[in-house]
Write a protein that binds this ligand. Structure first.
Ligand code: PRP
Length: 217
């Protein structure tokens, strides 16, 4: 009898396309994912896989709780959530960075007053400024964080920068890089023990494919 499929949670949106392309390069038929409509659980029968589409933070929650065996999620969300799971492969795509940014020419490090930082990532922000021994007030914002310094709510932001266009078009600039980000393949700790052979085989295939791609660039 065939084992039940390995369930893998994918981050909807930006990382989804790259992940599906990776599976297709491994030879898996992802027709069901392409034709998903509004469905959220899709089979990849020839890989004995089942794809679950979720938001980044939920990918981590599902993998941590073991209802998904594996997941693909950005290092940004992993750094913010600090989940109990194995980070197995740096997939190389979904590249961007966390950066501290402020209004152009704003003397961010001048003066002794406590600075206010707006961010969607309070934990990443806290540990960045702790490493600098710098006391800051953190304000949690849900999206378009670039607004906060423009509206006078914050001295700076800690946010994701990909092309830099959003900063530029809003008169902001990077003050300092915080961390490099890319997509990671994560695995539930119990799944790795229970289904070690299958998971390790898939991880190996993924690693080989990524190395191949690197060598052909
Ligand atoms: C992200 C990030 C920046 C933008 C950076 O936002 O928060 O706003 O992308 O990309 P760029 O450097 O290529 O301009 P996202 O589109 O995820 O939406 P959000 O602002 O609602 O978080």
């Amino acid at each position: 009898m065939m084992d039940q499929p390995l369930r893998i949670a994918l981050t909807k949106g930006r990382l989804e396309k790259d992940t599906v392309a990776l599976f297709e390069s491994l030879g898996y038929d992802c027709t069901a994912v392409h034709e998903k409509g509004r469905r959220l659980i899709l089979p990849i029968p020839d890989g004995n896989l089942e794809v679950v589409l979720a938001k980044a933070a939920d990918v981590i929650t599902y993998v941590e709780h073991g209802v998904c065996d594996m997941g693909v999620v950005g290092k940004d969300t992993l750094m913010e959530m600090n989940g109990k799971l194995f980070e197995m492969v740096n997939l190389g795509f979904g590249k961007c960075k966390f950066a501290l940014a402020a209004k152009k020419d704003y003397p961010f490090y001048d003066g002794f007053g406590v600075k206010t930082i707006a961010t969607k990532y309070p934990n990443v922000t806290r540990s960045f400024f702790e490493r600098k021994n710098m006391d800051v007030d953190i304000v949690k914002i849900e999206g378009s964080v670039e607004l906060a310094p423009l509206l006078g709510l914050a001295d700076g932001i800690v946010d994701i920068v990909e092309t830099g266009t959003t900063l530029k078009e809003n008169g902001l600039e990077v003050v300092e890089d915080v961390a490099q980000i890319s997509a990671r393949l994560i695995v539930n700790t119990v799944s790795l023990k229970m289904r070690q052979k299958e998971i390790e085989a898939l991880v190996r295939k993924v690693e080989e494919q990524i190395n191949d791609q690197k060598n052909h660039m």
